[in-house]
Ligand binder design. Structure first.
Ligand SMILES: [Zn+2]
Length: 97
């Protein structure tokens, strides 16, 4: 078994234990960040390292009386995909029969 495959197997083996105790999980893959908790699954855009404007910083500071950060279009103009999860229905107090 290769080292990469072994790491994948160990990660998959640890997921149920982590899922039982953790409330939320966040992973970064490509130009999106995966965020999962008990209420939603969300893919959020991330700044691109190859962006010629921000070079992966996600924005830049604008000078003036009230300096603030302006978001770069490489991630700010892309949509966030969100899938809301339905609540688990309550268990019935009565036996089924
Ligand atoms: Zn950018």
């Amino acid at each position: 078994m290769t080292g990469r495959r072994l790491r994948t197997v160990l990660l998959l083996a640890a997921l149920p234990a982590a899922a039982a105790g953790a409330v939320a999980v966040a992973l970064k893959a490509g130009h999106r960040r995966l965020y999962v908790d008990r209420h939603r699954i969300e893919l959020q855009p991330q700044p691109r390292r190859s962006c010629p404007d921000c070079r992966g910083d996600g924005g830049w500071w604008v000078d003036g009386a009230n300096p603030e950060m302006e978001a770069c279009g490489c991630w700010a103009n892309r949509p966030t995909w969100c899938l809301s999860l339905l609540p688990v229905p309550a268990w019935a107090d009565e036996p089924p029969f």
